[in-house]
Design a protein around this ligand. Structure first.
Ligand code: ZN
Length: 143
């Protein structure tokens, strides 16, 4: 895929050299997070240098995609979103991935009664495609 095709796949997203691999991964149904080749620290969002040791040797690396809800906000108003029902509340969560403490991604929890979402729940990523936008990461409860 060319850079132009990647830009077309994610309208409105600020793509750059550092995060291109992350978005290419989403198109392939894979979550790639930058990991330092020197100290093995993961970091997100993607940067060109490791935030721990400043090494410029970082590699987009697949993660297991499982984690724990560490922050939870219930939105009762907001912009129109596919699947969001603000009358019952739309959960916005930060999930700490199992790979490393502090490695967090944001999203919503799909396929549940939003009122039952709780801190500490185990979830896994879902990469879903939205009409007119590129794929994005959300979460679902672990079975
Ligand atoms: Zn490092």
């Amino acid at each position: 895929m060319t850079n132009d095709e990647l830009l077309d796949a994610f309208p409105g997203v600020r793509l750059d050299q550092d995060n291109a691999a992350y978005y290419r991964g989403l198109l392939d149904g894979e979550l790639l997070i930058n990991r330092c080749d020197d100290c093995a620290t993961w970091h997100f969002p993607a940067r060109s240098a490791c935030p721990r040791c400043w090494s410029r040797s970082v590699t987009p690396t697949a993660v297991a995609g499982t984690g724990t809800i560490v922050l939870l906000t219930m939105l009762h108003q907001g912009s129109r979103k596919e699947g969001a029902d603000y009358t019952v509340g739309h959960p916005l969560v930060a999930v700490e991935l199992d790979e490393q403490p502090g490695l967090r991604l944001g999203g919503t929890v799909l396929g549940v009664d939003p009122r039952t979402v709780q801190l500490g729940e185990r979830v896994r990523i879902v990469i879903r495609r939205l009409e007119g936008r590129g794929p994005r990461v959300d979460f679902e409860r672990m079975p």
